[in-house]
Design a binder for this molecule. Structure first.
Ligand SMILES: NC(=O)c1ccc[n+]([C@@H]2O[C@H](COP(=O)([O-])OP(=O)(O)OC[C@H]3O[C@@H](n4cnc5c(N)ncnc54)[C@H](OP(=O)(O)O)[C@@H]3O)[C@@H](O)[C@H]2O)c1
Length: 375
């Protein structure tokens, strides 16, 4: 963790230096029974009436991190197939910076104040008349790219049932808030686009970031040979601890030489989580008939070559996708590295941290501390 984060972080116990940033899933050891869980949820609900307004971190104009300020907005009401979630934690993604500065506009129409945030986790507080899949008190995570005034940098978030899922038991609320977008993006690369199999060799380019740290583990789960790129001792240690068989620094000549000696016959597959000259040198080492997958957003886009399959994709949410993710979380005994936590009021600082780069795992906004908890 870079210097200066410590002031912004609200719980140093679980937001730690890179080589300690994997938080072991203690929750499995003290997992309550369903009945205890329900009793607790009921108690939480009784103590927490839904207010009419809520705090959000939002912007009134596009610009630098400082445009993110606390605002007050009405708490949204769920429609028939939606639930209202009291958020514990929301993910801060590198793509949120593009929403904030206006360079990426995933909405049909921009409305200010604009509330960023594409994913997070919390507890169901209310539900529409036609929701059968979830109960009040359930711990859920969600993804939503579509609502400019209803992002996840907020105390409450309404989401459609298609966009939410129950939190796997091994994850605590902060990990659950960090998981959704990197989780589906990493898993779908490994299983659907690269179709990685036992014994194949994959390079995760950008293995120490939010998607990469999870993709390494999803690839190990299918018993592939996993190489990762990372720079610096902290990132290298983290990626090794997550299970990578070898780590190279692709920005150095020695790193590329090491890749050649590790995989003399070439790579079967490569997941690109950043673009540039170092990536191109690694793609040169993908064997004929091999595959390169990259989520849209990588810049510059990888240069296509004959004999290699290039697959650009978006991480897709949905009930089926979430069910697969939840299974993979268990199979991989997934650890979700948290780079830093910030309170909602310090969303601007979270973005400053994001822009400094070298983020190991994911940055999160921690919105509620302990009151709402399913573990
Ligand atoms: N379309 C979608 O559905 C979707 C979903 C999720 C993510 N994405 C995109 O996927 C990308 C990765 O997301 P993320 O959240 O994992 O980002 P991230 O946390 O910033 O991770 C990026 C990784 O790439 C490495 N990297 C950056 N520049 C590099 C370079 N020039 N050479 C070698 N390594 C480099 C970083 O390492 P260092 O720390 O050493 O720089 C880091 O490990 C982003 O472009 C994001 O927008 C798209």
């Amino acid at each position: 963790m870079a210097q200066g984060d410590s002031q912004a972080v609200i719980d140093t116990r679980i937001t730690c230096a890179a080589d300690e940033s994997i938080r072991t899933p203690q929750s499995t050891a003290i997992m309550p029974t369903a009945r205890t869980k329900n009793r607790r949820a009921e108690k939480d609900r009784q103590g927490l009436a839904i207010p009419t307004t809520m705090k959000v971190a939002a912007l009134d104009r596009f610009g630098p991190p400082s445009v993110l300020r606390l605002h007050r907005l009405p708490v949204p009401k769920p429609r028939p197939r939606e639930v209202l979630i009291a958020l514990h934690a929301s993910g801060v993604g590198i793509w949120d910076a593009s929403v904030r500065d206006g360079s990426w506009r995933p909405y049909q129409r921009v409305e200010f104040p604009l509330v960023p945030g594409t994913d997070g986790a919390g507890m169901v507080m209310a539900k529409g008349a036609r929701v059968r899949e979830f109960q009040i008190g359930d711990g859920v995570y969600a993804i939503d790219f579509s609502d400019p005034q209803g992002g996840f940098y907020a105390e409450y978030k309404v989401a459609g049932v298609q966009n939410i899922a129950s939190v796997p038991q091994r994850l605590d609320p902060v990990e659950a808030g960090a998981l959704p977008v990197p989780g589906v993006t990493g898993l779908q690369a490994i299983d659907d686009h690269l179709r990685l199999r036992h014994g194949q060799t994959v390079l995760i380019f950008g293995a120490s970031g939010a998607v990469g740290t999870l993709a390494v583990q999803f690839a190990k789960r299918v018993r592939a040979r996993v190489l990762g790129t990372a720079s610096g001792r902290d990132a290298t240690t983290l990626v090794r601890r997550l299970g990578a068989d070898a780590v190279i620094d692709a920005r150095s000549e020695e790193g590329i030489d090491k890749l050649h000696s590790l995989v003399p016959d070439g790579l079967d597959a490569l997941l690109a989580l950043a673009g540039g000259e170092a990536l191109e040198q690694c793609i040169d080492w993908v064997r004929r008939g091999g595959r390169v997958a990259y989520p849209n957003g990588i810049e510059p886009e990888p240069r296509k070559r004959p004999g290699i399959r290039f697959l650009a994709y978006d991480g897709m949410p949905g009930p089926r996708e979430f069910a697969r993710l939840n299974r993979a979380v268990v199979e991989a005994e997934l650890r979700v590295p948290i780079a830093a936590e910030f309170p909602l009021a310090q969303a601007a600082k979270a973005h400053q941290r994001l822009e400094r780069g070298h983020v190991l795992g994911r940055i999160v906004l921690r919105i509620r501390v302990a009151k709402l908890s399913w573990d």
